[in-house]
Design a protein around this ligand. Structure first.
Ligand code: TPP
Length: 537
């Protein structure tokens, strides 16, 4: 078998059913074999940024390995921003990048791929020879899972047509569930919780598998429940749910959090958004539980740090409380039974003749889009509002695409996420700037690959996040204003459907278009650039 075929077969043998990519002379035969000889699903992105981001969206939605392939040189340099996003978001991803023929000194596309990739924080795994290639591939996949970051497997093009004997390489991944490090820190944690008056349980993305155990712990110790933004809606429907803990907390939740004296955090990084710049943890005892030892104490010096799986540690704390007959330290009486789940704050409707208030439009579109959805956002001024106006069925359906703060990743991310949840529509909320940055080209990819994608563009005619900064300094904001084309017409020209929303009547048409959609749909919500200038937030 030729190496390009063997790599394609090995991907299939490792369970890679979907490959995102863009071909060039260093990977084209491998992609062709993956599709035609080994029956894999191949998604041909319009840009390598898109291909790599799609693999991240897939990894984030499925918990499986996301795989993208690109050719050498400029194709590989195009992946750098998504690789950093994947490193910061801790997503297991494999980037199969071809590399220039080793003897081809003057090749236009030659560049030191190792130096570039290592600088992103991603791992670099060179294929050392055709004979080691399958082993090198399995090591790269193993590393992607264990190190929870993208790993680039670098395959020199001159190896691709080498003859090799195919032999499947077995992959053994460590299993972490059930892990608890017993010892002083666990005793310490139990002591701190037992001595609390008003504990609160906080669950982050690393604890979204532990809902039942955390609800039981909440009942046992008398603590209300809260999540980080990335863990949002984990406790939806549970009693004593405070919703989001952090800068997006409701006033009721913030009041309860501030009045508490102990926070027990599970799988939460305790970053400045969760801690509300430290204000939500200052003066409290903090117990941090995380399966990743490196997360303990990284952003906040907790009073006790327990290394372990969230569900197992929560159950163990209950058991230790029962064994020692410790009474529930907290009482949840003052917290509303109904909870204080994430919800939009009140606002003054500033719709006018030509534009609609985005908060009103988002509220209405939230009802029109099926509740069993996947929710992805791009980034900009609109983002935090979209987080509170659109619901998700559970935290795993919520995608966070801005660990590196880049605009423009939303559309390709949504395309990748749709392969992780093929039975559900994917809702992407983006700004007009983000859509033009990286969404336009991959919207057509969604069309070609028949994705069930609904793109809501909050269109303020420019870069709103910058517009507010000009305004805050009493400067004119014309530099932030851009005369974009008509997005609905563009969406139709790209093979999808599109419509603009300026008023109530248009909202009703949008609801109908959502119900009848048969191809990717773009809803261009025309908003006044000064929409959040009245000081509602
Ligand atoms: C790659 C990249 N370029 C530039 C920026 C700076 N930036 C942050 S938000 C933003 C505005 C995006 O505009 P839009 O998508 O329309 O959202 P809005 O802020 O108007 O709601 C820009 C340009 C960035 N974060 N990432």
């Amino acid at each position: 078998m030729r190496l390009y075929q063997a790599l394609a077969k090995a991907l299939r043998d490792h369970g890679v059913t979907t490959l995102f990519g863009l071909i060039g002379d260093a990977n084209l035969f491998m992609v062709d074999a993956y599709i035609k000889e080994f029956g894999g699903t191949y998604v041909s992105a319009a840009n390598e940024i898109g291909a790599t981001v799609m693999a991240l969206g897939y990894a984030s939605g499925s918990g499986r390995l996301g795989v993208a392939t690109v050719t050498h040189g400029p194709a590989t340099t195009n992946t750098l921003t998504p690789l950093i996003e994947g490193v910061k978001g801790r997503l297991p991803m494999l980037l199969l990048c071809g590399d220039t023929h080793i003897e081809d000194r003057e090749n236009l596309q030659d560049v030191s791929q190792r130096d570039l990739i290592v600088a992103t924080g991603a791992g670099f795994e060179p294929v050392r020879s055709p004979n080691t290639a399958l082993r090198d591939l399995s090591i790269a996949i193993h590393r992607a899972f264990v190190e929870r970051r993208p790993i680039a497997l670098n395959v020199p093009v001159n190896f691709m047509w080498a003859d090799i004997d195919y032999e499947a390489v077995r992959l053994r991944l460590p299993q972490l569930p059930g892990l608890v490090a017993r010892g002083d820190e666990l005793d310490n944690a139990v002591g701190i919780i037992a001595g609390a008056r008003k504990p609160v349980i906080l669950a982050g993305r690393g604890a979204i598998h532990a809902r039942e155990a955390l609800v039981r712990l909440g009942e046992r110790i008398g603590a209300p429940l809260a999540t980080t933004l990335k863990g949002r809606d984990l406790f939806r429907g549970a009693a004593f749910n405070l919703g989001v803990f952090g800068t997006l907390s409701t006033p009721l939740a913030a009041e309860e959090i501030i009045a508490s004296d102990c926070v027990i955090a599970f799988g939460a990084g305790l970053n400045r958004f969760t801690t509300s710049q430290g204000a939500f943890l200052t003066g409290k005892r903090v117990v941090q539980v995380d399966a990743d030892p490196a997360a303990i104490g990284r952003n906040w010096a907790a009073d006790a740090g327990v290394i372990g799986d969230a569900a197992t540690v929560a159950d163990l704390i209950c058991e230790l409380f029962d064994m020692a007959e410790i009474p529930a330290p907290g009482t949840r009486g003052r917290v509303l039974e109904r909870g204080a789940e994430i919800h939009p704050l009140d606002f003054k409707d500033i719709s006018d003749d030509q534009t609609i208030d985005p908060r009103k439009a988002m509220t209405r579109l939230d009802h029109a889009i099926p509740a069993e959805r996947v929710f992805v956002t791009d980034t900009g001024r609109f983002t935090r509002y979209s987080w509170t106006h659109f619901s998700v069925p559970d935290p795993a359906s919520f995608h966070f695409t801005i660990n590196f703060g880049s605009i423009g990743l939303g559309v390709p991310w949504a395309v990748g996420a749709s392969y992780a949840a093929p039975d559900r529509p994917v809702l992407l909320v983006t700004g007009d700037g983000g859509f033009m940055h990286g969404g336009l080209n991959e919207f057509n990819t969604a069309v070609r690959h028949e994705r069930d994608l609904i793109v809501v563009v909050i269109n303020d005619g420019g870069y709103g996040a910058e517009e507010v900064q000009f305004r805050a300094r009493a400067l004119g904001s014309s530099t932030a204003q851009i005369d974009w084309p008509d997005f609905a017409a563009v969406a139709i020209a790209l093979g999808g459907d599109g419509l603009a929303v300026r008023n109530e009547h248009d909202l009703a048409c949008a609801a109908q278009a959502i119900a009848q959609r048969s191809r990717p749909l773009l809803i261009d919500v025309k908003v006044n650039p000064r929409w959040n200038s009245e000081g509602a937030h």
